[in-house]
Write a protein of this length. Structure first.
Lengths: 461, 424
């Protein structure tokens, strides 16, 4: 401090003493989140680098410590461009969980990737459009769901796939997932929607000796995949929740944004997030909790939304969003119910369970194994903590396919070594990779929970 | 409702893992919650008990014999020497570590070329002991600046080791980046992945051995930085031993450390086998207490508070580095349960003027009764059902004594065992 500065009562130890302190008065208001405190918290221990599945196999990828705090510092300098290696980050977000200092690594990566795509990537390039199409899966799925049988045939038609790889850079190695002939929402509407769900929830409450009008209401964020592809997961969610006396609503919703974050398409993601937040915020206000059955969807609503967007109600939605089994585990005696149950038939199997990275980051990595360990008639084995490698759209890109499979190799080995020959996971794209690498059929934990707890689940259409 | 267990352990480092294991093996229903991934990846992977006395004397030959001479408030004095032995037996039971054939400390060369007295070491470090008189070649990797092999060799010579030691630096085969992560080297060797050497591709293990053979003389053992595989370390080491024709060992490295990661994995696996439940990724931010007992703790997930309830609790959140003890300019505190941490009012008394002096801050932590229950400033027990373990405890300077792992294992064992006994 210079001697020429006037004497004040400013105390550097307690700078706010005796006056109102408004940080926004000091720095000009900005739309951007200030990542400086995060960058400053990094003490270069490199724990994040050891948790990165891409840096373990890809010799061109400099790792999360570089992508996060180091790149953030470098780009403070005028004229410094974002390193294009940020596009090789798969957005698994494991680095968040590794950092002992709370550096918001994935937020930094998402921000840098968004900036890279916005300012440095050519909007006429094949890569840009390929990424845009891949990350707007909801749009493709919506169109395909209008003609599901035709889509299922043409999307996996050899020559068409060859052409897609050559012109778009979408790998021909993978099979596109099948589209359901009836979407979850069509089934839901047909079934009677929220009114029918209330009726059933009340019946179950009475059966369980609960107050008929108990305040048990949830808003289901089914996401795109349960709606267009694995509708059985969505139906299982509804039936299991109703059995516990919850009224379910399925509000208007768009894509969670997960594939868009991973591709730096932040404007697209924001447009979808605005719809989702607005839907969910109103419901949360009325006492509903938001429930997702896909762990990447719940991750987006809980963490990425408030980290990346400033939308009215976003914090409230984040604080009231839960993964479907996590929520029941908190509010019901799920463990005891599963312990008393037994399954037979189709799902009386040994399962090789893989915890998705995004489940891991929400602390849910052991939940299914711990829950179903006591279930009579079925077995479950954790295939370890490696990443599946597909990371949503990542493994669908022709130039990332090899990396994706190299990451997945450890999981494939562990699945082969496990007793079960049916896989289990919460994440739709992990499921694709598990199936692709082993040929196993892959199920969602909600399906097994439904089988264990709901009587004659398939008695309704 | 809440997520329930009989014993809830807060913290996923060596102390937390040991207490959860001990409690689960006693038959308790145990849950372990950890804010972040385990701090073990910052540790060398060596497991020390006591290398130097509190007065800096040593290296100590027999740590058990030296424990009764430690100050009264040292955690080893609180739990007693016999209990330390029992705790180490549990550790030996769940890991594949060496050194349990003797009470004496082993002398293990470090990546800085110093000699560390330690009680247990991974199998991969066994051929490197300084008490062995066979000559040593240390092999450094050009891009791994943490390990300067010629300098480490010179340091060991200067320390008077009973063998000749030479250091050579080679380039790791293949086109790895200059800042490749330790996990990249490990993965490549685990998978014996193909690398290109002068236009020919070959397995990484072969290629590495060939590079070493060009600088290898008549030394009977060869030491590498600890990157020799993650999942298949024995196979990697065995392959190198075959092709070089000598014993091969790993030199423990600084963070991030593969031997630390491997130990983390072994302990979590043992914990899963014991039937305990585990959750990582979210912090404990609040708790309810009633009548001197903790009733519920709350885990925060993006603004939501998830209640977790148990009969007995173990606090194993680490010390100043692990953030189980926090400080600002005014005070030093334990942030989860706000247990009392004794410290001078004047922060200038928290440290010594000499950088390597006897710093009071190094011993900051909670004080406990004989069953490891934290004590308030007036000497009363803070909570009837809370025990503390590991570096959240005060009264010892693990960095100076080389006692960090041993105190974590011993106090973790006692905290876990006692908690399990209480719920029976």
């Amino acid at each position: 401090m210079s001697d020429t500065e006037p004497q004040t009562d400013f105390d550097p130890i307690e700078p706010n003493t005796g006056r109102e302190f408004e940080p926004v008065d000091v720095f000009p208001a900005t739309e951007e989140f200030d990542l400086r405190p995060g960058a400053d918290s990094c003490f270069k221990c490199s724990a994040c680098d050891t948790s990165c599945p891409v840096a373990e196999v890809d010799d061109d990828f400099p790792g999360p410590k570089f992508q996060g705090p180091e790149q953030w510092r470098l780009k403070r300098r005028e004229g410094h461009e974002i390193d294009d290696s940020v596009m090789s980050c798969s957005n698994c977000m494991r680095c968040d969980d590794a950092c002992p200092s709370g550096v918001p690594l994935s937020q930094m990566h998402n921000t840098a990737r968004g900036e890279y795509v916005e300012e440095q990537m050519s909007k006429t390039s094949v890569e840009y459009w390929r990424n845009r199409v891949l990350s707007n899966y909801r749009t493709s799925a919506f169109l395909a769901s209008k003609v599901p049988r035709l889509a299922n045939v043409t999307m996996n038609f050899g020559p068409a796939r060859w052409l897609m790889e050559k012109t778009m850079g979408v790998t021909a190695e993978r099979e596109f997932p099948a589209f359901a002939s009836t979407t979850f929402r069509e089934w839901w509407a047909e079934r009677g929607g929220a009114d029918e769900s209330r009726r059933r929830a009340r019946a179950h409450r009475e059966r369980r000796g609960l107050d008929r009008d108990a305040d048990k209401r949830v808003a289901y964020f089914h996401g795109c995949y349960s709606n267009y592809n694995t509708t059985e997961v969505g139906k299982a969610m509804v039936r299991v929740y109703e059995r516990y006396g919850y009224e379910v609503v399925a509000p208007e919703q768009k894509c969670s944004g997960t594939p868009m974050f991973a591709n730096g398409m932040l404007a697209d993601a924001r447009r979808h997030a605005e719809v989702n937040v607005s839907s969910m915020a109103d419901l949360v206000e009325q006492g509903y909790d938001a429930i997702a059955s896909c762990t990447s969807c719940s991750m987006a609503l809980r963490q990425e939304y408030p980290e990346l967007f400033d939308i009215d109600g976003i914090e409230t939605v984040a604080a009231n969003t839960f993964e479907s089994i996590e929520y029941l585990r908190i509010h019901e005696d799920l463990k005891a119910d599963v312990r008393e149950a037994r399954v037979s038939g189709d799902l009386a199997r040994e399962f090789a369970y893989h915890a998705p990275c995004h489940a891991r980051n929400q602390g849910l990595e052991r939940q299914s194994v711990e829950l179903f360990g006591d279930l009579e008639g079925a077995g479950i084995e954790d295939v370890g903590d490696s990443c599946s490698g597909i990371s949503g759209t990542y493994g669908w890109k022709e130039e990332k396919y090899e990396t994706s499979m190299a990451i997945g190799e450890e999981m494939f080995d562990h699945m082969a070594a496990a007793d079960g020959e049916v896989g289990m996971t919460e994440c739709p794209t992990c499921a694709m990779q598990m199936e692709h690498g082993t040929g196993y059929e892959i199920r969602h934990p909600l399906e097994l929970l439904e089988e264990a707890l709901v009587e004659n689940p398939r008695s309704e259409p | 409702m809440a997520i329930e267990s009989e014993v809830l352990v807060v913290g996923g480092g060596l102390a937390g893992l040991t207490s959860a294991l001990a409690a689960a093996r006693e038959g308790a229903d145990v849950r372990l919650v950890s804010y972040k991934q385990s701090s073990l990846r910052h540790a060398s992977g060596l497991v020390d008990l006591l290398g130097y006395t509190s007065d800096g004397e040593g290296p100590i030959v027999d740590p058990y014999a030296a424990m009764p001479g430690l100050p009264d408030d040292h955690p080893y004095r609180t739990v007693g020497v016999e209990t330390v032995r029992e705790a180490m037996a549990l550790f030996d039971n769940v890991t594949d570590y060496r050194g349990d054939h003797t009470d004496a400390n082993a002398l293990v060369p470090t990546h800085g070329g110093t000699i560390k007295p330690t009680a247990r070491y991974p199998a991969g470090a066994a051929a490197g002991l300084a008490s062995d008189d066979r000559n040593v070649l240390l092999v450094g990797i050009e891009s791994m600046t943490d390990f300067d092999a010629p300098q480490a060799a010179a340091h060991l010579e200067a320390a008077g080791v009973p063998f000749d030691v030479r250091g050579e630096t080679i380039r790791f085969p293949g086109d790895l980046r200059a800042d490749a992560k330790v996990t990249r080297y490990a993965k490549l060797l685990d998978a014996n992945g193909e690398v290109a050497v002068r236009g020919r591709t070959r397995g990484a293990r072969d290629a590495l051995a060939e590079r070493v053979n060009t600088v290898h003389g008549n030394e009977q053992r060869v030491g590498f930085p600890a990157v020799l595989g993650d999942q298949r370390t024995d196979a990697v080491r065995g392959a190198l031993e075959d092709r070089i024709g000598t014993d091969v060992f790993e030199v423990p490295m600084g963070p991030p450390s593969l031997p630390g990661l491997r130990l983390e994995e072994a302990l979590f696996e043992a914990l899963e086998e014991s039937g305990a439940s585990v959750e990582t990724g979210n912090p404990v931010v609040d708790f309810d207490a009633e009548g001197g007992e903790i009733e519920t703790v709350y885990i925060e997930k993006n603004g939501a508070l998830i209640p977790n309830r148990a009969d007995q609790y173990v606090l194993a959140t680490g010390g100043l580095v692990g953030k189980g003890i926090e400080s600002d300019r005014d005070s030093v505190r334990e942030p989860v349960f706000d247990c009392h941490v004794a410290h001078a009012d004047d922060r200038y008394e928290w440290f010594d003027g000499d950088a390597f002096g006897d710093h009071p801050f190094a011993q900051f932590g909670v004080e406990t009764d004989e069953t490891l229950r934290p004590l308030a400033a007036d000497g009363r027990v803070e909570f009837e059902n809370l025990r503390a373990a590991g570096s959240v405890l005060g009264g010892y300077d693990f960095a100076a004594e080389k006692s960090g792992s041993g105190v974590s294992i011993a106090t973790g064992y006692v905290a876990g065992n006692t908690a399990a006994t209480e719920v029976r």
